[in-house]
Structure formats: structure tokens, C-alpha cells
Design a protein around this ligand. Structure first.
Ligand code: F6R
Length: 581
């Protein structure tokens, strides 16, 4: 949800080749508008995406630059609402990721402040100008004052014309800092996440909440909100930059779907090597707890449903809840072990409840893809998904690895599953179902609605497949428990309505649901692991079937998106990392 980048270098750097190159790598965080500012006060910005913007801007060489790619929250998609913002004189320039909840109050503290934009961010620049120029505070005092008076979430980069330093402030929104030796004689890069600079370095510092940094071209200092020095240690990470390139593929979605035999294998190998101990420790926490509660959103929520399914089979009390409704639907006590599942590790709907319960529960287990992400840093014990960077907004390979990670934990607790066969079967499934997915995409691409039915471990997959039809194909889809059909939704089934039935083995209840919709004229598409479907995946147990059935859903939604000529990797209105609550 918005990506920010700042570079402070010893020798001048190019805003086109350096700043916007790094920003491009954060574009999956939001792609409504883009902008860049230099230390000298030149601001260029426009609605739209990074590539067309880069093609039209004037390139500048500068020692300080900040840039922003936006996912609109406050104010529509327009040039004036794009970042960077400045105060009325252009002296103070900012980029902001997050939401300033009391922006009106901040504005009231700045006499005469008349923002040009509808954003909650522009006032930040006006606030700093007022406190420093009118009230005579130092920059540091003004920053400490900002922490005192501001409510909300923010990672802010601030530059002042004529000041060779850059200021970085963080509360609740992610912010990382890295030293990049090869850039313009040496530079510090500040960014929303490591993807911005992972092709340049494998080491970064991660800001804590309520801290700020003063960054000079050759050194930086970090402080708490009260001005006391705050220690930050570097962490190394592995985050391949090759994953950020399409290679021969037309879209990242298909590239990421096809990577799954390798990414699944990498995760499984890690269970025998580098992640063997964390896996054992994670499972031990689960064993000790009286109950287990999963916390997650969207696709990651669907993975958590599979986790709960397997744990319930093992007689563990396991619950799932969609994180944004956490406080309304679940209770956590000292005997509850909480498991947060998140590709990005930065989803605000997950982070906010975690922060509330962290001291009252039996511990937090994190299953995340992005190393050193906020959710991982909050956790007692964690597993890395090792799926590599996922660029397409829709999660595919990270989702499959979430399910495999949960299977790894369930196996340690006694669940009967042979994990070693999964990468091979993923490969086989992808090969086998490709032609039928293309064929079905032709048939379904002009439909406005699709239903997906499942039971048990296939129910979460019904939801997951339907979610992909919505986000990738803009088709209204409903993924539901097959048993619920006759309690209302059946009224919507008419002649030709497409209904995908996920039927592992010879699940009798599923077969009844299939017949019920066929009796009303539905066009059913059966996904089976016994060779009796229109779509056939390898023989497997129920939990494993979920993985292969989902490959079908992901691939079909991809080909429908292609047939409908949609912006598959960047669907409208969405962003990969949802860092606002
Ligand atoms: C859908 C999708 C989203 C995410 C959700 C949570 O394809 O990717 O539904 O799963 O926004 O994101 P993470 O997993 O980063 O917490």
C-alpha cells in the first residue's frame, strides 16, 4: 500500500536510473500514481504507473531524492493527490505511506494551511515548515513534536531544501534502510521494503515503531520518539532479484504459477535443513497450547482454513478468523497460541490485532514470505515460506507454500501425509491441466458469474478459486461450502450457470450437490483426483487434493484474464501489500 524510496548519496545519482529504478521494484505496493522530488526542490509527479512516467520526466542528478508510488486512500487518483507533497513554499518535501488519522487536527495547528490535495499526507510538509520556520524548532524537535501530536500509521521521508540530510520517521508502516556501496560513491537507501534494494545488497536495518533517523550521505543516527538514541542492528536476508524479471513469460502470474515445483521443493528441503529447528519449535508451541487461533486475510486466510482442517483432524482445537474482524469474533487467552499467516508480513489488518493480543496469548507463530517483515519480527517463532519475491498482486506460489508449511507442522503433530511427493505432483498437475484450463477459459471468459463448491479441505479452495476469478478476471464468483447451497444460493442457479465442483475421492455429499445444481441446468465442471472429472489431478489425500485443485483455479483464472485482456499482474483498485487497516 504505497511504496516509498529515498536515496542520499555521496556523489550525485540519477532520479531516473536510480531512484525510479528502485521505486519500480516497489510498484506492486500500489500503482495509482508516481512521483519523485530532489533535494534541490524539483518535484515531478503524475497519475499512472512508473514506466510511462519514467519515459516522460526530466532526469536530474542529485545527492538526495525521494519517490512514491501510490495506492489511493484519501483522495482520488490524480496528479494533485500524488506524492511527493511540499509545503506552500516548496521548502519541505515529503513522501508518506500510511494514514494520518488526525490530519484535520494537524492542519488546525498550522495557521493559514490550505492544502491543494485531498490527501491526509500534504499537511505533514506544512506541519514541519510551521514548526521549524515559524515556531523556531530544530528539525529534531519538530520530529519529536510530530510523534506527540500525530495519530495513525506512517513511514515518512522528509527533505528540506538546503539541508543535505534526509529524515525518516516510522510508526506502524514498514521502513527499511540499507547501505549501497556501488551507488554514486556510496549511498543510504530508505524504502518500504527490501525489494527496492535487494539487487544491490543483502543486508538491511528495519525501523521499530516510534523511531526516527537522521541520515547523512555517509552516516545515520536513529532515535526514539523522545529523542533518546535507539540501537538498530543490520540483518542479512536472501531475496533474489532474478524473481523481479519476467524472463520469457508474458505475466508474473504465470511465471509464479509455473515456479511452484521449485518453490515447494525449496521449502520442503528447508524443513530438513535450515528450518528443521524452527519447525520443531513451532510445532512444540502448538502442542503445548490449549487452543490455536489463525489470524490472516484473503488468500492467506484460505491457507489458514486448511491448517484448521488438519489440526481438527488431529483433535486440536483450532479456529480461524479473518483478521479485520478479529476483535468481534474470537477470544484469545493465555493458553491460546496464535498463528499469523501472511505473504507480505505487513498486512495492517493482521498487525493491529496482533499488537493488541501479543502480551495476553501463549505466543505468536508467524508464517511469512518476506523476511524480517513486521509480523515476523513480532513473533515468538516463525517459518519462512521461501517462495521468493511474488510480484503479481494475486498470491499463487506463496499460497501453495503456506499450505505446505501448515502441512509440515501438521505432520510434526501426527498428520499422515507424504510431503515429498508434492513438488512432483504439482509439476504433473500443471502439465496435465494446462490444455483444459485454456479450453475452459475460452468457454467461461464471457461469463459474469461462476460458483465454486467444496467441502472439508476443498472448501477453502472453493473460496480461493472464487477470489481469483474476482480479482484477476473481474467476474463475480462465489466459493462456498457445498452443503450451504440448498439454504439459499441454489435460487441463483439457472440454465448454463457455471459451477465448479471440487470432488476428492467419491465424496457422496459433493456428488449430491453436483446433482442438485445439474438438476437446475448448471454447467458443472468437476475437479477430481480419481480420474472421473472433466479436470483430473493426481491421486491424493483430501488435504493434498486442495493444493492441486487450487492450481487448476489459479491457472484457469489466469487464462480467463488473458482472454479478457485484463491487467493481470496489477488488477484495478488492488495492491500487493495492504498496509492500511
Ligand atoms: C489474493 C491476495 C490477497 C492477500 C491478502 C493478504 O490473491 O493475494 O487476498 O492474500 O491481501 O495478504 P498477505 O498474505 O500479504 O497478508
Amino acid at each position: 500500500m504505497c511504496g516509498i524510496v529515498g536515496i542520499l548519496s555521496e556523489q550525485p545519482h540519477s532520479i531516473r536510473s536510480n531512484t525510479l529504478h528502485m521505486l519500480k521494484r516497489l510498484e506492486y505496493r500500489g500503482y495509482d500514481s508516481v512521483g519523485v522530488a530532489t533535494l534541490e526542490g524539483d518535484i515531478q509527479k503524475e497519475a499512472g504507473q512508473v514506466d510511462p512516467f519514467v519515459a516522460t520526466i526530466t532526469d536530474y542528478e542529485t545527492c538526495g531524492s525521494i519517490a512514491h508510488t501510490r495506492w489511493a486512500t484519501h483522495g482520488g487518483v490524480s496528479r494533485v493527490n500524488s506524492h511527493p507533497h511540499s509545503d506552500a513554499t516548496g521548502e519541505f518535501m515529503i513522501v508518506h505511506n500510511g494514514i494520518i488519522e488526525n490530519a484535520d487536527e494537524l492542519q488546525a495547528m498550522v495557521p493559514g494551511c490550505r492544502p491543494l490535495s485531498e490527501t491526509d499526507s500534504e499537511v505533514i510538509a506544512a506541519f514541519f515548515r510551521h514548526r521549524v520556520v515559524e515556531d523556531g524548532l530544530s528539525m529534531e524537535e519538530a520530529i519529536q513534536d510530530f510523534f506527540r501530536v500525530t495519530e495513525g500509521t506512517y513511514a515518512v521521508l522528509l527533505m528540506r531544501k538546503g539541508d543535505e540530510r534526509m529524515y525518516a520517521l516510522k510508526h506502524n508502516s514498514p521502513l527499511a534502510l540499507a547501505r549501497v556501496g556501488g551507488l554514486a560513491g556510496g549511498a543510504f537507501v530508505l524504502a518500504s521494503d527490501i525489494s527496492a534494494f535487494s539487487d544491490e545488497t543483502g543486508e538491511a536495518y528495519f525501523f521499530d515503531d516510534m523511531t526516527y533517523a537522521i541520515v547523512a550521505p555517509d552516516a545515520f543516527e536513529v532515535f526514539g520518539a523522545d529523542g533518546a538514541a535507539h540501537a538498530m542492528v543490520p540483518h542479512s536476508f536472501e531475496w533474489s532479484s532474478e524473481e523481479a524479471t519476467l524472463e520469457e513469460h508474458p505475466h508474473f502470474m504465470i511465471k509464479e504459477i509455473l515456479e511452484q515445483p521449485q518453490t515447494a521443493l525449496r521449502l520442503l528441503e528447508s524443513f530438513r535443513t535450515i528450518q528443521s529447528e524452527p519447525l520443531t519449535a513451532f510445532a512444540a508451541h502448538m502442542k503445548r497450547a490449549r487452543r490455536i487461533v489463525f489470524l490472516s486475510c484473503g488468500t492467506s486466510y484460505h491457507a489458514s482454513l486448511i491448517g484448521a482442517f488438519m489440526l481438527n483432524q488431529l483433535n486440536y482445537e483450532a479456529h480461524t478468523v479473518i483478521a479485520s474482524e478479529f476483535e468481534n469474533f474470537i477470544l484469545v487467552d493465555a493458553s491460546t497460541f496464535v498463528i499469523a499467516i501472511s505473504q507480505s508480513g505487513e498486512t495492517m489488518d493482521v498487525i493491529l490485532p496482533l499488537k493488541q493480543i501479543i502480551d495476553d496469548c501463549a505466543g505468536l507463530g508467524a508464517i511469512v514470505n518476506v523476511p524480517h517483515s513486521t509480523i515476523q519480527r513480532l513473533s515468538t517463532v516463525s517459518l519462512d515460506l521461501l517462495a521468493g519475491q511474488e510480484i503479481c498482486v494475486a498470491s499463487t506460489k506463496a499460497f501453495t507454500n503456506q499450505v505446505i508449511a501448515l502441512m509440515g507442522l501438521a505432520e510434526r503433530l501426527g498428520f499422515d501425509i507424504d510431503l515429498s511427493v508434492i513438488p512432483g505432483k504439482i509439476s504433473q498437475t500443471l502439465e496435465d491441466i494446462d490444455p483444459i484450463c485454456k479450453h475452459l477459459a475460452d468457454e467461461l471468459s464471457d461469463r459474469n458469474e461462476i460458483y465454486v463448491l467444496g467441502r472439508g479441505a476443498a472448501y477453502p479452495m472453493a473460496r480461493e478459486i472464487a477470489l481469483k476469478f474476482k480479482e484477476i478476471d473481474y467476474i463475480h464468483a462465489e466459493g462456498m461450502m457445498a452443503g450451504e447451497l440448498k439454504h439459499g444460493t441454489l435460487a441463483l442457479i439457472e440454465d448454463g450457470t457455471p459451477v465448479i465442483c471440487l470432488i476428492p475421492g467419491s465424496d457422496r455429499s459433493m456428488l449430491s450437490s453436483q446433482r442438485e445444481v445439474e438438476a437446475r441446468g448448471a454447467r458443472t465442471i468437476v475437479v477430481s483426483n480419481t480420474g472421473e472429472g472433466e479436470v483430473n489431478v493426481p491421486p491424493s489425500g483430501n488435504a493434498e487434493f486442495a493444493i492441486y485443485a487450487c492450481l487448476f483455479g489459479h491457472l484457469l483464472s489466469y487464462y480467463i484474464g488473458v482472454a479478457r485482456d485484463l491487467p493481470i499482474d496489477k488488477p484495478r483498485n488492488l495492491a500487493k501489500s495492504v498496509t492500511v487497516g
